[in-house]
Design a protein around this ligand. Structure first.
Ligand code: FES
Length: 148
């Protein structure tokens, strides 16, 4: 593993009860929690791997799969939900053949369902990386996906 991980682990080495902070740091480094990194955390800080997984699986913020090059977030907040967010998710799942939480086999796209993205007046809304797409209907959504 790399130097950045080791310096993160050094920072927390003598502090007890910082498993969540360590995991957040690991996820910031890799955008998910690679198994090799969790093994390193376990060895370096003398925390049983089972305890680390116990914490990591409890919190939905932690990801165990490498995200795609293009990370799609479909808003399922209230405004988007009443404006057809379920259909938006279905179309993306059909087009990319993945479910929320998954990444396409080629590593190009990953899909997540999230709460309000903060632009409810544009509902239904998705984000692809940092780009927001709103007022989506079937046709507009398919066009957006094709553009990637
Ligand atoms: S509910 Fe979707 S952006 Fe707010």
């Amino acid at each position: 593993m790399d130097k950045e991980l080791d310096s993160l682990l050094d920072k927390y080495r003598h502090m007890q009860g910082n498993t969540i902070a360590i995991l957040q740091g690991v996820q910031n480094l890799y955008q998910y929690l690679p198994e090799k990194a969790l093994l390193r955390v376990s060895e370096y800080n003398n925390i049983p791997l089972s305890d680390i997984y116990g914490v990591a699986t409890f919190y939905s913020q932690f990801k165990f799969k490498k995200p795609g090059k293009f990370q799609i977030k479909v808003c399922h907040g209230t405004a988007c939900h009443i404006n057809n967010a379920v259909r938006i998710s279905e179309i993306i799942e059909e087009e990319l053949e993945i479910k929320p939480g998954d990444t396409t086999a080629d590593g190009k796209f990953s899909l997540d369902e999230v709460a309000c993205l903060g632009c409810c007046s544009l509902a239904p809304v998705i984000m692809i990386n940092e780009q927001v797409y709103g007022n989506l209907d079937d046709k507009k959504l398919r066009k957006v996906l094709k553009s990637y």
